[in-house]
Design a protein around this ligand. Sequence first.
Ligand code: UDP
Ligand code: MG
Length: 344
Amino acid sequence: MERELRLLSVVVPAYCEEEGIGRTVAAIVRVLEGCRIPFELVVVDDGSPDGTFERIRSLARRDRRIRALRLCRRFGKEAALWAGLEAARGDAVVTMDADLQHPPSLLPAMVAAWRAGAWVVHGVRESPRVGGFWGWRLRRLFHRLLSRLGGIELEDASDFKLLDRRVVEVLVRRMPERGRFYRGLVAWTGYPAVKLAFAVGERESGGSRWRSAWLVELAISGMVSLTTLPLRIVTVLGLATLLLSAVLAVETLWSWSTGDTVSGFTTIVLTLLIIGSSIMISLGIIGEYIGRIYEEVKRRPPYLVEQEVNMSKEALPGPPRMTTPVQDAGANRAPTRERARRAG
Ligand code: UDP
Ligand code: MG
């Protein structure tokens, strides 16, 4: 039996998308109105220093289905996604990028898959070769590695997904961890999923909002959040070194007994270097996990909200209104009264 969709939420994280956000919102609204899907759009401004929030606010004033959050600084895409998932009220929630690289034209197919019973609909890249010569190769390698290590299916994964309300509840209520890796966590839940291929377009305006250092951070987060296998590898490495030294000891004893002179300054230096570096790498890996444990036990809120538009409970989505709604509650709130949405 087909499920009834009372409300679809579309969550869009945006950082410095002043130029493109209007076009993205218009495209999403056009597609969903075209298929008569009741929806709300939750745009989360990740503390952009440019006029992104002004744009979103002026859109939200004209259309109550557009709801907006502004985080007080750049907390990162993962946190922005979480803020959106927590604010979303739909029976199904779609997460997509603000740069039209995730085509809104896929939305009807995603909803159809949900109606047919899927809990999760993954948007997967049709051609993985997007993002420069090294970009896509590294991404593929990383996804393969994580799929192997974490025992989950991540290949060609993207953050363009539709989640059933039940999955969203699990993510926001029962996975309260701080170091988040959205695609990994969704794959980890293992709910019945469907894959839909989409062609990644070129970015509509500007370049990627990621810096290489952030991507490395995300990659490490993803790894640490999904598997503790690296710790096991460290142990195995230690055992292997122990074995190696045993072999060397036997060999040395043998040469001593046969009267060979002790030789091999280079061997000693190399052995020292290898052992030294493997100890340091091991400490680094263990340190990554301890660092994450430290982050988790601090239990800080993953993001803080500075302003909100159309977020009050009464502001239920209805037909677009051309007048300025009164529900623009948080819009003019002074920054000193910033409110932690999830403090504690
Ligand atoms: N984004 C964000 N915070 C960040 C970086 C990115 O909210 O710190 C948003 C960005 O506005 C976009 C999405 O995340 O909507 C994906 O970013 P981008 O297109 O730069 O990433 P790429 O397509 O290169 O993976
Ligand atoms: Mg992009």
